[in-house]
Write a protein that binds this ligand. Structure first.
Ligand code: CMC
Length: 371
């Protein structure tokens, strides 16, 4: 048997959802650049789940379905009030909340195609409400009731702050959701597929995926980027901090990628968006620090930023709490996870690889008295 550490380069499945080829990321054959410029997050979700972009009528019906399903059982918010609000991480809350959501769905165990598609809609609709609701609860505030007249992106920002966002804020956030929606067989998507390939239910699949996304080598990196920028504090400390970290063999969050070697195409778009918003806000401190880090990392390590690097600055300017950055990633990626889960169910085989054993050889059990 041959082993590949971290399954690098291993092709584990076929999929028609998204592709990374020659450093270009496409969803169902459309480049993310094109989708970010020409479509909305709702259109992108529809595309991921159905293979085609919606017509105007299909989009209207789909948006209505999402809006109709956006509220969550009040019990979930009541549970949250009893969590250790001072210390609990919102990703841990989200992991628990999605699992709990399954308990309240009478159709959770139904496995026919229609029920699974309905569950995808419920999960996508409710996850934004859960994240925003928890953000309010931990501030001692009531969750904001979803506003059916707003887009998915605008409604999330509205539920977070109890204020309808400006058009620019909603548009920027919408594009960020489009850019994070899917990413081939990343760790959390693979986790979701492994889970449901046992024919477990969709809530289990998404809960597992959230657990995998939470780690700092994956989705958790965006929050860590922000923490690093805070720790550095000012552009004149960038060199000291980065050079010292590299000397001590520490990883710089938001850099490097398993698949992209010439740069993450999402990072390039997010960088432009972060610059635009920084200029508009009149405060380019984080953007300027980020730019300096990018130049230094390229020079010293030949590493380029990934999607998590500039999204940190973007989300900060949008006024999103730093520990909500990864839950925001989960909100977007739920669309991709659900697409992959549906695809897995459609042509399922148990995912069960092997491990090359390198432990002790066959041994005999020593009786307790002689150990
Ligand atoms: N900072 C410093 N050195 C790095 C970094 C980094 N961010 N990334 C990779 N390296 C070095 C690493 O130390 C190693 O060097 P050496 O060969 O001398 O030991 C070499 O590059 C290869 O790194 P690796 O960790 O074996 O690469 P990988 O393909 O296993 O990991 C990665 C990919 C993204 C986990 C890694 O680049 C990393 O840890 N980056 C920081 C965390 C991060 O930003 N994660 C978000 C990933 S993109 C969004 C997502 O999909 O969630």
């Amino acid at each position: 048997m041959t082993t590949t550490r971290g399954l690098e380069g291993v092709v584990a499945t076929t999929s028609a959802i998204s592709s990374i080829k020659d450093d270009v990321l496409t969803y169902r054959g459309y480049s993310i650049q094109d989708l970010a410029e020409q479509s909305t997050f709702e259109e992108t979700i529809y595309l991921l789940w159905n293979g085609e972009l919606p017509t105007a009528d299909q989009l209207q019906a789909f948006k209505a379905e999402l809006a109709e399903n956006a509220s969550v059982p009040n019990e979930l918010f009541e549970f949250m009030k009893n969590y250790p609000l001072e210390t609990v991480h919102p990703m841990a809350v989200l992991r628990t909340a999605i699992s709990t959501l399954g308990i309240y769905d009478p159709d959770a165990e139904l496995m026919d195609k229609q029920s699974n598609k309905e569950k995808a809609i419920k999960l996508q609709a409710k996850i934004a409400t859960l994240v925003a609701g928890f953000a309010r609860i931990r501030q001692g505030l009531q969750p904001v009731v979803p506003n059916k007249s707003l887009s998915y992106a605008a409604n999330f920002l509205y539920m977070l702050k109890d204020r309808v966002p400006s058009e620019v804020e909603a548009q920027m956030f919408d594009k960020a959701l489009v850019l994070h929606a899917d990413h081939e067989l990343n760790a959390s998507t693979f986790t979701a597929r492994v889970c449901v390939a046992t024919l477990s239910d969709m809530y289990s699949g998404i809960t597992s995926a959230i657990g995998a996304l939470k780690g700092p080598l994956h989705g958790g990196a965006n929050e860590q980027v922000m923490r690093m920028l805070e720790r550095i504090g000012s552009i004149e400390w960038v060199d000291d901090y980065i050079l010292n970290a590299l000397e001590n063999k520490k990883k710089i969050m938001g850099f490097g990628h398993r698949v992209y070697k010439n740069g993450d195409p999402r990072a390039k778009i997010l960088k432009t968006m972060a610059r635009t918003l920084s200029e508009m806000s009149g405060d380019s401190r984080l953007y300027d620090m980020s730019l300096k880090i990018e130049i230094l990392m390229k020079e010293k390590k030949g590493l380029l930023p990934n999607t998590d690097f500039y999204s940190a600055t973007l989300y900060h300017i949008l006024g999103i709490d730093h520990d909500l950055f990864t839950p925001v990633f989960a909100i977007s990626r739920t669309s991709g996870w659900a697409a992959h889960i549906l695809e897995q169910y459609n042509d399922n085989r148990l995912i069960r690889p092997r491990a090359e054993y390198n432990g002790p050889r066959l041994r005999r059990v020593t009786p307790m008295a002689q150990r």
